[in-house]
Design a protein around this ligand. Structure first.
Ligand code: ADE
Ligand code: ZN
Length: 336
């Protein structure tokens, strides 16, 4: 069995996926038409041609613009369903998806429209494809602490259907510390916590995410490798890193995939996972991230199995479900 087939059959979870980042140009144009919105591009090809980024902010500017076509509950449902169809095709069986409510509520789209639409898509995906999922609310870090608190308040009626909160958007200049109080409030409500840290920001931001936010997972974490004491701490705590290789390549966090730190992370005993981040913008969904990374880093079957196991041990699934998936992975690895 070749590596691509081995990867496809390996049960996998995706732990770092921005649902707004799965908005394909074709769907963006279809929703713009449905909602009577003019896009500043004349065609899907012209839009795709604009996807050249040299840093995170280049991408964020275009990503927030693209999200403006999302207006109705059906738009959010269709978006989610399209993602789960891709995930299932790649052999993904579970996803914990980020959404950015402020990107929508700041345009007058109610929180409930966003959440109801996504939850409808998630329920339909489970019924149709058997894929499980949960929802993670991300605060936009370029906005204020006060705005994050207001968003948490809007989420109140949905907290039984939201697994946790995260922190995304422009990293440099917006350290985790800015959100320490809102994260403490989220933890008090029983939510899991995670933050993007060390994507472009320094190791100090990863330290802050650990010590001031008390996160359960780190999103990205690449730059943690610059600090040996931090690596030791992440390894000791068994903290999962949700790493996004094709995103890192597209946003120039790495020069090429062969130089990607994922293999070093595994060698250092870190619980790294492979994820797609914003697949419609970065050239590939979960399977493409796995295949390209496996090839560029010459990952062994054993390392691929470790990555698949990490995607479940780092998930927020119930312990019995995690054990069931780990047993499935081991049975698959033993039989191939
Ligand atoms: N929002 C969507 N994708 C992101 C990323 N890779 N980093 C920070 N914020 C994001
Ligand atoms: Zn991300």
């Amino acid at each position: 069995m070749d590596t691509a087939a081995f990867i496809k059959g390996l049960p996998k979870a995706e732990l770092h996926l921005h649902i707004e980042g799965s908005l394909e140009p074709e769907l963006m144009f279809a929703l713009a038409k449905r909602n009577g919105i003019a896009l500043p591009y004349d065609s899907v090809d012209a839009l795709r041609a604009a996807y050249e980024f040299s840093r995170l902010q280049d991408f964020l500017d275009i990503y927030y613009q693209g999200a403006q076509v999302l207006l109705t509950k059906d738009d959010f449902r269709d978006l989610a369903l399209a993602y789960f169809e891709r995930l299932t095709a790649d052999g993904g069986v579970h996803a914990e998806i980020f959404f950015d409510p402020q990107t929508h509520t700041d345009r007058g789209v109610p929180f409930a429209t966003v959440a109801d639409g996504l939850l409808a898509g998630m329920a339909e995906a489970e019924a149709r494809f058997g894929v499980t999922s949960s929802l993670i609310l991300c605060f936009l870090r370029h906005l204020s602490e006060e705005a994050a608190f207001a968003t948490l308040a809007q989420a109140e009626p949905y907290l039984d259907r939201i697994a946790g909160v995260g922190l995304d958007s422009s990293e440099v200049g917006h350290p985790p510390e800015k959100f320490a109080r809102v994260f403490a409030a989220a933890r008090a409500k029983g939510l899991k916590l995670m933050a993007h840290a060390g994507e472009e920001g320094p190791p100090a931001y990863v330290w802050e995410a650990l010590e001031l936010l008390a996160v359960d997972r780190i999103d990205h974490g690449n730059r943690a490798l610059e600090d040996a004491r931090l690596v030791e701490r992440l390894a000791k705590d068994g903290l999962t890193l949700t790493v996004c290789p094709l995103s890192n390549l597209k946003l120039c966090v790495v020069d090429d995939l062969a130089g990607h730190p994922l293999k070093r992370m595994l060698d250092l005993g870190l619980k790294a996972t492979i994820n797609s981040d914003d697949p419609a913008y970065f050239g590939g969904y979960l399977g493409e991230n796995w295949r390209q990374t496996a090839q560029a880093l010459d990952l062994s079957r054993e390392q691929l199995v470790t990555l698949a196991r990490n995607s479940f041990t780092g998930s927020f699934l119930p312990p019995a479900e995690i054990e069931r998936r780990l047993a499935q992975i081991d049975a698959y690895a033993a039989s191939t």
